[in-house]
Design a binder for this molecule. Sequence first.
Ligand SMILES: [Zn+2]
Length: 278
Amino acid sequence: MVKPERVFISIDMEGISTIVDWEEVGKDTSEYQYARKIMVQDLNAAIEGALDAGAKEIMVSDAHGRMRNLRPEDVHEAAVLTRGSPKPDSMMEGISEGHDAAMYVGYHSMKGTLKGVCAHTISGSTVQRVWFNGRETGEFGMNSALAGYYGVPSVMLAGDYAATQEAEVFVPGITTATVKWANGRYGAKCLHPKNAAKLIRAKAKEALTKKFPEPRVINEPVEIKLELTNAAMADLVMLIPGYERVNGVTIKAVYDTYPVALSALRAGIYLAGNILRR
Ligand SMILES: [Zn+2]
C-alpha cells in the first residue's frame, strides 16, 4: 500500500458536530460564529489524525456556502487552506492525481433523506434530486467521484448518521465518524464536541493506516439528470446547450467526461438559483 503522504480534506458545515439548523450555518449570527468554532475543531481533529498516520502534505478545501467559513489562523498550521467561491472544482477545489487519499468532514445526506440533518443536494432551495447514470446521488457521491476520476480513494467521512450511512453505500469500506444522530431534519442527538473531535482524529488515523477502498468511479459518458423545485428553473437551465427536457421540472444531458458533467450540473443549478419564485 502507498504510504498516504498527501491528503485532501473537503469540509462542509451541516454535518459538523452539534449543528442542526441552517441558522447556524448561514447568516452572520452569533450562532454562526459559534458554529465556525466547532467546525475548525472538527477539521483540526481530522488533520491531527492524518498527521498521526504520517501525512506530510494536507490540503483543505472550505466547502460550505461562500466557502469562507474557516478562520485561516485557527486552522492547524500543517494544512494549506483553499477558500472563497466560485472556484472551478467547488467543494473539491485542489483535488488532483497528486493526492493519496481524500477525506470529508462536516458532510450531510442528500435531499429527501429520512432523519438527515439539513439534508440537501448542493442547493436546498433549487434542487430536488440529482442522478448520475440513473443513480440518485448527493454531494458525497458527486465529490468522491471527482476524487475517483483522479484515481484518489475516498477513505473517511465525518458527519451525521445519515451521511455516514450514505457514504458507506457509495464507497463500501470507507471509514466513518458519526458525530450526531438526527431525530428529524432539524434536530439531533449530538456527541459533545470534544468527544466528536477525539472520534474524528481516531477515525482519520485509522482510515489512513488501513487498506483503502477503491476510488469511486462513474462510467463515462455520463448522463446527468436534475429535478428542480419548479418549472421556471428548468426553463432557465434549458438555455444551456446540451440539456433536454424530461418533464416540467426535470432536465438531463450527456457529457463525455465526469468533470465536464459535474460542471454542467453546477452551471444548471447556479442558473436555476436565479429564479426562486414559487
Ligand atoms: Zn454546506
